[in-house]
Design a binder for this molecule. Structure first.
Ligand code: HSE
Length: 432
């Protein structure tokens, strides 16, 4: 039996002193006494590496712990836990691999890296017997990965429905509240620093797709390939859609949804009409929430700030503390990757749901009956229709279908689009 190592403190190194790294440093320093009381020994912020160590990050760290050389952290035998807050899949991946191979426990917020390379990194961490923790990768400060791995581990997870991207939730909320269109709200969000200069990762749904892949892999015990997740962003959402949805009793949210269908994982990220009575409907602004259906607890929802320096730092520090406890107990890698089975990703074509469809048609006798005839022919049943006259000679028609298979909706829309009375199918949004 190995001798138990007795630690007097746990040393942490942070690589990446940007928004999340500085929030992590802030919390480690600000709450050092309370953290010590919870862990039993101090958690010491030993080193911080960044290519830029001169910019003021708003955190009062001793100058001597700053370095431009990440290897000083990875190769320091006195550092037990390495925090990666660089982002991306290049340098971040390299340093994580080096840190794992050097026997360090790793904590990261890097959702793109986990979604794309978790399948290599998690087994590597297991092989080297180190912790690899990433609570901050989904939902910023919201505890969700921990609950899925521990508190909900006795449940079969039936469905995950999340608002996991703060930028798009902010844009959709502002569009609804201010009546402003997508482009205008996006440029204000960019000016305020809520949206990136290149907003693609957020507004086109990539960020939410990575996060859904991570949650689904844990929930369904199988690697959920992010490339198999259907993805649609919010660029096509018009202010009219938000208004008509409201009239029909819905709000529009970018949802990340997954469940298991006949041994496959169905994952999808798309704008969705959410009934106003659903708990996710009132999650506004930059806030995130993840709603989980499970066979034991039934329904639960996890709500909080999905991004932000100290909020995301909170999730990272939680992981650091958990990892420190493992180090003290000489018991790391207790909860390694749980992707114990292989479940393929289901196609969006396997989906059956209600749909909202907005179109512009000529204001002519028989127009509605020709369109509804196509829905009827394709076995798509209709729940409600709204007709508005906003332009002379034309009508805006909004259809709400009953639940119908994706293929039949698509076939109907193709045939409707070919009708001479139909000017344009402006939007089609799935309904929760
Ligand atoms: N860009 C993300 C968002 C935050 O807008 O929610 C980091 O995951």
């Amino acid at each position: 039996m190995c001798d138990k190592i007795h630690y007097h403190k746990i040393n942490v190194g942070i690589i990446g002193f940007g928004t999340v790294g500085s929030g992590t440093a802030h919390l480690l320093l600000e709450n050092s006494a309370i953290i010590k009381s919870r862990v039993g020994i101090p958690i010491n912020l030993a080193k911080i590496a960044d290519i830029d160590i001169t910019t003021d990050r708003g955190v009062n760290v001793p100058k001597e712990i700053l370095t431009t050389n990440a290897d000083e952290i990875i190769e320091d035998p006195n550092i037990q836990i390495v925090v990666e807050t660089v982002g991306g899949c290049g340098f971040a991946k390299d340093i994580i691999i080096k840190a794992i191979k050097a026997g360090k426990n790793v904590v990261t917020a890097n959702k793109e890296l986990i979604a794309k390379h978790g399948k290599e990194l998690l087994p590597l961490a297991k092989e080297y017997g180190v912790d690899f923790m990433f609570e901050a990768s989904v939902g910023g400060g919201i505890p969700i990965i921990g609950p899925l791995k521990t508190s909900l581990a006795g449940n079969k997870i039936l469905e995950i429905i999340g608002i996991v991207n703060g930028t798009t939730n902010y844009i959709l909320t502002e569009m609804k509240e201010k009546g402003a269109d997508f482009e205008k709200v996006l440029s204000v969000a960019q000016a305020m620093g809520y949206a990136e200069a290149n907003p693609t990762a957020d507004v086109d749904g990539f960020d939410a797709t990575y996060k859904l892949a991570i949650l689904s892999s844990i929930a369904y015990n199988s690697r959920a390939d992010y490339e198999g997740i259907y993805r649609e962003g919010i660029r096509n959402i018009g202010i009219e859609d938000i208004k008509y949805a409201e009239e029909m009793g819905y709000v529009i949210k970018l949802l990340a949804i997954s469940n298991e269908v006949e041994g496959k994982i169905q994952g999808r990220v798309h704008p969705t009409l959410v009934p106003k009575s659903h708990p996710l409907a009132s999650v506004n602004g930059v806030m995130n929430a993840i709603y989980i259906k499970a066979n034991g607890v039934q329904e639960s929802m996890y709500f909080g700030p999905g991004a932000g320096s100290v909020a995301t730092g909170s999730a990272i520090v939680g992981d650091i503390i958990e990892s420190a406890r493992n180090v003290i107990a000489n018991n790391t890698s207790r909860i390694p990757c749980k992707c114990i089975s292989y479940k393929p990703m289901a196609s969006i074509d396997d989906l059956s749901c209600k749909n909202y469809i907005r179109m512009k048609a000529k204001d002519l006798p028989g127009c509605i009956s020709r369109i509804s005839g196509i829905f009827a022919k394709n076995d798509v049943s209709l729940e409600s229709i709204i007709q508005k006259f906003t332009e002379s000679g034309y009508a805006t028609i909004i259809w709400l279908t009953h639940e119908a298979p994706e293929k039949l909706i698509n076939k109907s829309l193709e045939e409707i689009d070919a009708l001479d009375v139909v000017e344009k199918i402006s939007n089609r949004i799935r309904v929760l």
